[in-house]
Design a protein around this ligand. Structure first.
Ligand code: IMP
Ligand code: MG
Length: 178
């Protein structure tokens, strides 16, 4: 898989530092609370599993599966919920954990759907926030890295289901998806 990567953006140590630091911030912000930390599958699962262990609070975890991309590298503009959370969100302090904020189609649709479940509060933590050169309609409350508009894989992020297991975040060579 390494041969398909143009360059490594963040290696495992950089990622671990950023996730550790985000865990500390969330620990401070949610002191005295028991947040429900909701992983958006599949892309966020590695980030989520590291993040929950960096948060020094009692917390519940759950998963939601949403798909906007299909097998390509462009957003389809539509979101399908394939798996709902098992735990009731009502009155809970929910933190949505997502891999990347790109066009924000996924997160804005998710927020709409999850708000109807009447959480006590709803915040967003993303590993990566892509700079598209314009303001998005959704802002992340917590971000590990701000990145340029390139197609990234690794640490959970895929292209056509491949590369998720890379321990770093890298830029995929254009020739792989063009
Ligand atoms: P959005 O709806 O355009 O914000 O896209 C969000 C979803 O698209 C993410 O959850 C990812 O699954 C996928 N995505 C967007 N950009 C990338 C990327 O650079 N690499 C891998 N997946 C991406
Ligand atoms: Mg994906």
């Amino acid at each position: 898989m390494n041969k398909d990567i143009e360059r490594v953006l963040y290696d495992r140590n950089r990622i671990a530092e950023a996730v550790e630091s985000l865990g500390k911030t969330i620990t401070e912000d949610y002191k005295g609370k028991t947040p429900l930390i909701l992983c958006v599958l599949k892309g966020a699962w590695i980030f989520h599993s590291d993040l929950i262990r960096a948060i020094d609070l009692p917390c519940d975890v759950d998963f939601i599966t949403a798909k906007s991309y299909g097998m390509g590298s462009q957003s389809s503009g539509k979101l399908r919920i394939l798996k709902e959370p098992d735990i009731s969100l009502e009155g809970r302090d929910v933190i949505i954990v997502e891999d990347i904020l790109d066009t924000a189609v996924t997160l804005s649709a998710l927020i709409h759907i999850l708000s109807e479940k009447q959480p006590g509060s709803l915040k967003i933590a993303v590993l990566l926030d892509k700079n598209l050169g314009y303001e998005k309609k959704v802002k992340a409350d917590y971000t590990c890295f701000k990145v340029e508009n390139e197609f990234l894989v690794g640490y959970g992020l895929d292209y056509a289901e491949r590369y998720r297991s890379l321990p770093y975040i890298g830029v995929l060579k254009r020739e792989v998806y063009q």
